[in-house]
Design a protein around this ligand. Sequence first.
Ligand SMILES: C[S@@+](CC[C@H](N)C(=O)[O-])C[C@H]1O[C@@H](n2cnc3c(N)ncnc32)[C@H](O)[C@@H]1O
Length: 241
Amino acid sequence: MFDSYKDRLRKMEAKLAYLTDMQREQLALVQLQKLLPDDYYAALSSWSIAPYEVLHICNEIDMAPRRSVVEFGTGFSTICMGVLLSRQDSGAQLIAVENDETWYRSMLQKVEQLGLADWVKLVHAPLTDTDGMAANGHERWYDKKVLEPVLRESAPIDLVVVDGPFGQSAPYARKPAIPFLKNFLADDFAIFLDDYQRAQEKEIAAAWSQELGVKVKDFRRYAMLSTPGSFDSEPFAYPEF
Ligand SMILES: C[S@@+](CC[C@H](N)C(=O)[O-])C[C@H]1O[C@@H](n2cnc3c(N)ncnc32)[C@H](O)[C@@H]1O
């Protein structure tokens, strides 16, 4: 009897959390739509970064403000950041790294159609096998020979968005991002890691936290690691009940 009440309560709490999530995603989407030209259709799929996180990233660009942004894994997030950077026209730029050639070509077309080429540099970097630091001394990550010159030119990098390579491409697929980028980071930076609800992403964030000496902030579906002293860019935070 008592167990069945506990079970019902747990289900109600889960439903409430889901509804709260849905509501904040809707509020975020309303805000992000202001970035998109009238009637522009921006495809959103289960692979896209959720609107709330994209809004958090855009707030960070606007409020910090961030000047040199690097993103791994392109799509909806690239379009939103690109339009914001073009509207601000502050000299800030986005380097958007994509491994899939077909997806890269389609993103290139979108960036050109939207007139964002001055603010968004799309880089096609295929995944390659290398001896690295991701899983047992082996990694499969974006081709570093392609990335190295581009990132060197973009340093100091003050915002990093890690939503690729896709999780199934290799064990600890996203782990190499920070060991590789570490020497290109600005003194004041923020890093967003998507899919933080997954066990491997939790381990990755903990490893980066140690490597960089900054704390991991848990936003359930994503994590943020940033140097202290920045403005609080979190969109409409959850109240504490
Ligand atoms: C998690 S997705 C990146 C999504 C991107 N940050 C966004 O907000 O839309 C990682 C990679 O999966 C691929 N991808 C993106 N959308 C996809 C889709 N709908 N189906 C299959 N693969 C996709 C692309 O190669 C992309 O770099």
